[in-house]
Design a protein around this ligand. Structure first.
Ligand code: APR
Length: 232
C-alpha cells in the first residue's frame, strides 16, 4: 500500500464549527496570541489563559467530525494513511482515523505545570483552579504554546520523508516548525493542497492546489486518487 501522509490545520475543522486562527474572524483577531498562547502569557495571567482553553474545550464537546475528517478515514481502504495534525481538537480520532500524530497537543488533556510528562484526561470541559497533578502542582492545558518545543516533530519528519503522496489541508503554513514539513517531502512526490485560500507553498514543484473547502476538497482528492466517488 502506498503511504498517504496528510498534514492538517484548523481549516479541516472549520466546517465542524471550530474557528480557525488567522482567517478574518479567526481567533487571533479576537485574542492576543502572546496573552493566551505563550508561557509568558500563562505566567502573567493563568486564570485568563485557563478560561480561554476551557471555553475552546466546552465548544469542542458540541462539535462533530465533518466529511473531510470522515473522507480521510475512507482513504484508509486504499492507502496507508498517516495524519499529522496541528489541531488540538480530537476530531480525526473521533472520525476513526487510525494513525494520528498530534503536533500541538490535545485540548481534552491537562498537564502538570511542574512536570509536563504528567498528563491527564479532563473529565468534561473544565480545568478548575483547584485541580492538581499527583505531585500537588496546578494543571495547565496540554497544548504546545509558542516558544515551546514540539516533541513530536522528529517523528513527523520521519513520516513525511516516507510519504508516497503528501496532502496539506486547511493550514496557512504560517507556523513553524510544522510548516517546514513540506521541505521534507521526498523529491518527485505529488503534493495536494486543499484550501479555499492561497497558501504559502513557496512555489514547490509538483503541487496541485484544490481550491475548495475541506469537505468538498477531500471528495475531489478521493476521486483523483481512487477513481471512485467518496461514499459519504
Ligand atoms: N476548509 C479548508 N481550509 C479552510 C477552511 C475550510 N472550510 N476554512 C479556512 N480554511 C483555511 C484558511 O484559508 C487557512 O489557510 O485554513 C487555514 C487556517 O490557517 P490558520 O488559521 O493559520 O490555522 P493553522 O495553520 O492550523 O495554524 C497553525 O497556529 O495558532 C497556532 O497552534 C495554533 O495549530 C495552530 C497553528
Amino acid at each position: 500500500m502506498q503511504k498517504l501522509v496528510v498534514l492538517t490545520g484548523a481549516g479541516i475543522s472549520a466546517e465542524s464549527g471550530i474557528k480557525t486562527f488567522r482567517d478574518t474572524g479567526g481567533l487571533w483577531e479576537e485574542y492576543d496570541i502572546m496573552e493566551v498562547a505563550t508561557p509568558q502569557g500563562w505566567d502573567k495571567n493563568p486564570e485568563m489563559v485557563q478560561k480561554f482553553y476551557n471555553e475552546r474545550r466546552r465548544q469542542l464537546l458540541e462539535c462533530k467530525p465533518n466529511n473531510a475528517h470522515k473522507g480521510l478515514v475512507e482513504l484508509e481502504k486504499y492507502f496507508d494513511v498517516e495524519i499529522i495534525t496541528q489541531n488540538v481538537d480530537d476530531l480525526h480520532e473521533r472520525a476513526g482515523s487510525k494513525k494520528v500524530l498530534l503536533l500541538h497537543g490535545e485540548l481534552r488533556k491537562a498537564q502538570s505545570t511542574r512536570y509536563p510528562g504528567l498528563v491527564y484526561d479532563i473529565d468534561g470541559w473544565e480545568i478548575k483552579e483547584e485541580d492538581r497533578c499527583e505531585k500537588g502542582y496546578p494543571l495547565r492545558p496540554h497544548v504546545v504554546w509558542f516558544g515551546e518545543p514540539v516533541p513530536a516533530m522528529e517523528t513527523a519528519i520521519e513520516i513525511t520523508r516516507e510519504a508516497d503522496i503528501f496532502v496539506v489541508i486547511g493550514t496557512s503554513l504560517n507556523v513553524y516548525p510544522a510548516a517546514s514539513l513540506l521541505d521534507y517531502v521526498s523529491h518527485g512526490v505529488r503534493v495536494y493542497i486543499i484550501d479555499p485560500e492561497e497558501v504559502m507553498h513557496h512555489g514547490r514543484a509538483g503541487i496541485e492546489v484544490i481550491k475548495e473547502k475541506a469537505g468538498v476538497g477531500v471528495g475531489i482528492l478521493f476521486k483523483k486518487l481512487t477513481g471512485k466517488n467518496l461514499p459519504l
